[in-house]
Design a protein around this ligand. Structure first.
Ligand code: ADP
Ligand code: MG
Length: 320
């Protein structure tokens, strides 16, 4: 066990991104941050220009040829969006922009506005051309939004960058997406210890500690971006069927998986399914593990072979 570690951090992806390795290596840290910047520039929809924005600006007009990473990520996102009754929809952009949750001007739209915008979120209206890597949104006003999965995809790419630089023990935190590589040199149990945040806590209190090796931990929660109107909480994970924020018994879903992209996809999908259907799903998908935080302060753990969980907050009760 070593006692020292080196943490490098920068503000990127609208959050604090940090990399922890156990020997100082400025060159590796720079390679990591540069890769994040390059991918963020391609994938973001929160700035006027990016590859995804150029697809969105050409909606209803013409296809746009994009780089391989953008094409590949949209191809995967589309596959999941097209699954029957999927709670994940990469064409959700017009609704995200309408609600503006977490941004200036956030507001509850009218039912009529929601109905109109829903018409522009059909993933079947996204056309991919595998020959020239072009993407066409068939209706004017459509918008691809990769906000739910961009960080996961980027975390997985960073892992490849670190392995290429011969770093086999590291932890990357992209704010909500934590990816660990190898064992931890920092603790006797060789596990990386990752704090599970208490929903709506103002001073970053933890409910417990997740202990894992060589895995990703991703949390989607209703407390990350939200606002109140007339005592009702509106949060940033939308139901693609209704156009309103998903509403169920859950405060958050944390997924433990091999890749961070999987974690991102399933944290949204399983959040949408709700705890009992999500647990049924996980019984047939043992490579994914999950921690569900319920509003009634119950914690449900699923597929616990893949991780350990240490409860810190005694207000919560664990149900296996
Ligand atoms: P974060 O990690 O940024 O807090 P999530 O990974 O939970 O957020 O994803 C939320 C973001 O995903 C939203 O801000 C929006 O951009 C997008 N989004 C919202 N609802 C959906 C949905 N049903 N399917 C796909 N993307 C969504
Ligand atoms: Mg996500």
């Amino acid at each position: 066990m070593v006692n020292s570690n080196y943490e490098y951090s920068q503000t990127l992806l609208g959050t604090t991104v940090s990399l922890t390795i156990h020997e100082a290596n400025e060159a590796v840290a720079q390679a990591v941050f540069t890769t994040i910047k390059i991918l963020e520039d391609k994938l973001t929809v929160n700035r006027p220009m990016s590859e995804v924005m150029s697809i969105n600006s050409a909606a209803g007009k013409h296809p746009v040829v994009v780089s391989w990473p953008v094409f590949n990520l949209i191809k995967q996102a589309l596959q999941i969006s097209l699954q029957p009754n999927s709670y994940f929809n990469c064409a959700i952009g017009p609704l995200v922009k309408l609600w503006k949750i977490g941004f200036k001007g956030q507001q509850v739209p009218t039912d009529e506005q929601i109905k109109q915008h829903l018409l522009l979120t059909n993933p079947r209206d996204i056309e991919l051309n595998r020959k020239n890597h072009s993407i066409f949104l068939k209706r004017k006003g459509m918008e691809i939004d990769l906000g739910a999965i961009a960080k996961g995809y980027i975390a997985d790419v960073i892992k490849l960058v670190l392995l290429k630089h011969n770093i086999h023990q590291a932890i990357i935190n992209l704010g909500g997406n934590v990816l660990t590589i190898g064992d931890s040199p920092l603790s006797d149990d060789k596990c990386w210890h990752i704090g599970l945040q208490k929903p709506f806590s103002k001073n970053q209190e933890l409910i417990g500690i997740i202990k894992i090796n060589n895995s990703s931990v991703v949390t989607s929660g209703i407390y990350e971006r939200f606002f109140y109107q007339k005592n009702h909480l509106y949060h940033h994970i939308l139901n693609p069927q209704t156009g309103y924020p998903l509403d169920n018994e859950l405060d958050s879903v944390t997924i433990i998986s091999k890749s961070s992209l999987e974690g991102d996809i399933y944290s949204t999908i399983l959040y949408g399914l709700g705890v009992s259907k999500a647990c049924e799903y996980l019984q047939n998908h043992k490579s994914l593990a999950a921690i569900f935080l319920l509003k009634n302060k119950t914690i449900v753990l699923a597929n616990t072979d893949n991780f350990c969980f240490q409860l810190l907050d005694k207000q919560y009760q664990i149900k296996l």
